[in-house]
Write a protein that binds this ligand. Sequence first.
Ligand SMILES: Nc1ncnc2c1ncn2[C@@H]1O[C@H](COP(=O)(O)OP(=O)(O)OP(=O)(O)O)[C@@H](O)[C@H]1O
Ligand SMILES: [Mg+2]
Length: 462
Amino acid sequence: MTPEARRIMGLETEYGVQHWNPAARPLSAEEVVRYLFRPVLEWGRSSNVFVSNGSRLYLDVGSHPEYATAECSTLDELIASDAAGDRILQDLIGRAEAALAADGIGGSLHLYRNNADSSGSSYGSHENYLLRRRTEYRRLTEALVPFLVSRQILVGAGRVVPAGTWPEGTGEAHFAFSQRADFVQEGVSSSTTRSRPIINTRDEPHADASLYRRLHVIVGDTNLSEPTHLLRFGATDLMLRMIEAGFPLGDHRVTHPTLAVRQVSHDLTGTARIALREGEASALDLQSHYLEAAHRFVDAEGAHHERVAEVLDLWGTVLDAVRSQDFGPIEDTIDWAVKLRLLERFRERDGLDWSAPRIAQLDLAFHDIAPGQGLFAMLRERGAVRRVLPEGAAAAAVDAAPTTTRAAVRAEFIARARERGMDYAVDWTTLKLVDHPLHTISLKDPFDTALDAVDALFARVG
Ligand SMILES: Nc1ncnc2c1ncn2[C@@H]1O[C@H](COP(=O)(O)OP(=O)(O)OP(=O)(O)O)[C@@H](O)[C@H]1O
Ligand SMILES: [Mg+2]
């Protein structure tokens, strides 16, 4: 891949938390995260730290632990770095449960890779993509919205929607493509991520601002399977490449993005008509159109990484499945389809309605990452869900940063500071030792992997 063709990507995951204790009142979410982050505070003296693989682990407002992957420039790095986050949190769950037992509280802790809790609040899964500053940003985001609005039929995590959600007030409980769709409040907006736009335009590049921008996509669901991650980032990256190259994509403009997101999510046939500035189209129409364009683009320009063919294949397979309404071919691959199949089995076996409390419990348990608890994890362990990464890659990513980005430099800096017992303060673009503030290292180029500055700094401070 030419240097110009590379793109930094990162994924932020906010987890839902719960304490389960049959014997006593369960702890509140605030209390849970206090237990969960106790070792982090001891380790990093803060509940906002960068860990040894270059990623960020922190507690934001609210009580949702967040893990933001290090900067990645390949899909494999991204999937591995994200999976490492689960492992880091699983370790914290174990320690917190031990502390709860020691304090005489007991019970079990659960962390959910989902986007909605039973009290109606939502938490996110945010994608980050590096853009060149010269790309016309308005045009890019406008062209991307119809893709993002319809993308859920590919990569939604699936949700059992309670009665009254859709149509609002009157709809019955049912299964929808997306976790997040019903919480989206705006299209493209610069307001805070808390107002939940599709794209957040706040200009915070975490890089040389004269060269780069960071695209911050807020609309996605927290995914579980490796193939779903592959398709989500692989297809979105291809869309960005086509837009950047000025490749003709047709001028689709969604009239009401927040309405369209809901229409798409609640229609498993993929055929609901979405109003466009000119005419209308279904999610299947839009996605088929983008996939066909991506094929032409790749035929003309060549594949820019070794998984492009796999991304295009999977994209086509999901669209065929939705079009034919035969979800069999994606039931071991795509989050929503894996989940739908599992829940349908329970529904048939026990004669349950979508509104049954048992179904809501299973929906939640699907996303649990607590060791031995999650239904998705159980299916994956049994071999019922396909993988993308080679064996051992996720485990290795707990301590190893991606090698193709500045995350490698950050990780090396952190390792050396810890070796020497020196306090450090790190963010995406700077590395410094608390006691040597004049020797701050600036990492404005996210592709820079050179360790010279780190070598020099530690040589200087001894
Ligand atoms: N230059 C860049 N381009 C694209 N992605 C980047 C770049 N620099 C960092 N990232 C990624 O962006 C994400 C930033 O995560 P972080 O949680 O700090 O987000 P934020 O949007 O800055 O802040 P917050 O979540 O606190 O609002 C990480 O996944 C990181 O890998
Ligand atoms: Mg964040």
